[in-house]
Design a protein around this ligand. Sequence first.
Ligand code: HEC
Ligand code: HEC
Length: 195
Amino acid sequence: MRKTRLLTLLMASTTLIVAPAFADAPAIVAACKSCHAEDGSGVGIHFVPVITGIPAAHIEEALYAYKDGARQCGTEPAMCQTVALLTDENIADLAEHYSRLRRPSLNEPYDEMLVRRGEQVHGMHCARCHVPPDHPDVADALGYPLHGQHPVYLRYALKAYLDGTREHLLEQMKEKMDLLEDGDVEALVNYYASY
Ligand code: HEC
Ligand code: HEC
C-alpha cells in the first residue's frame, strides 16, 4: 500500500518552485510553527528537522508515514499527535507550502576530514536517490534532500533506520544502509552539514 502511494506521489510531483510564500500560507501552518518555525527551518531545537527544500510529494509521504505509524516520533510525541489530526487536504496544502520555501544554510560546525569521507560514501551509496535541495532533478529524485539538514536530526534518523525503529519505505535504501561501515554515519552527517 505504502509503496504504491510513494510511487503515485512521486509521479504526480511537479518541479520545485523556490519563492517566499508566507503571504499565502494555509492557516493550518499555525499547528507547525511552534517547532518548525514560520520559515520551516526550526526554532533552534536541533532534533526538529528542516522541512523546506523538500519536494511536495516527499513531504506528503513523510506526513503519511507518521500518520500511519511507519515513522514513530522518537524525540517529540507532539509531532505525531499533531499529524494524526490532519486531513488529506491539510497534508496536501502543507506539502505545497513548505516545498516552496528555500532551505537556509545551516551555520553548524563540521569536521573537514569527515566531510571528505562523507562525500565519498554519499557518492557511492546515496547520491543516486538523494540530491541537494537546489539540484535541477530534485523533484524526480527517489529520496529527498539531506544536504543542509540538521546533524542532530540526521544522526537520529539514520540510527532509527539502522536499528529498525523507522521502517524503510524503499528496499533499495535498506540495501545501501546495510553496506555502511563503522564511522560512515558520522562522516555522512558532517558532509550533509557542510552544505
Ligand atoms: C512539537 C513539535 C512539532 C510540531 C508541532 C510539528 N512537528 Fe514536524 N517534526 C518534529 C520532530 C521532532 C520531527 C522528527 C520526528 C521523528 O522522526 O522522530 C518532525 C518531522 C517532520 C517532518 C519530516 C521531515 C523529514 O525530513 O523527514 C515533516 C515533513 C514535518 N515534521 C512537518 C510538520 C508539519 C507540516 C507540522 C504541522 C502540521 C508539524 N511537523 C508539526 C516536531 C514537530
Ligand atoms: C534507491 C534510493 C535510495 C537510496 C540509494 C538511498 N535512499 Fe535514503 N531515502 C530514500 C527514500 C525513498 C526515502 C524516504 C522514504 C523512507 O523513509 O524510507 C529516504 C529517506 C532517507 C532519510 C530520511 C530523511 C529525513 O529527512 O527524514 C535519510 C536520513 C536517508 N534516506 C539517508 C540515506 C543515506 C545515508 C543513503 C546512502 C547510504 C541513502 N539514504 C540511500 C531513497 C534512497
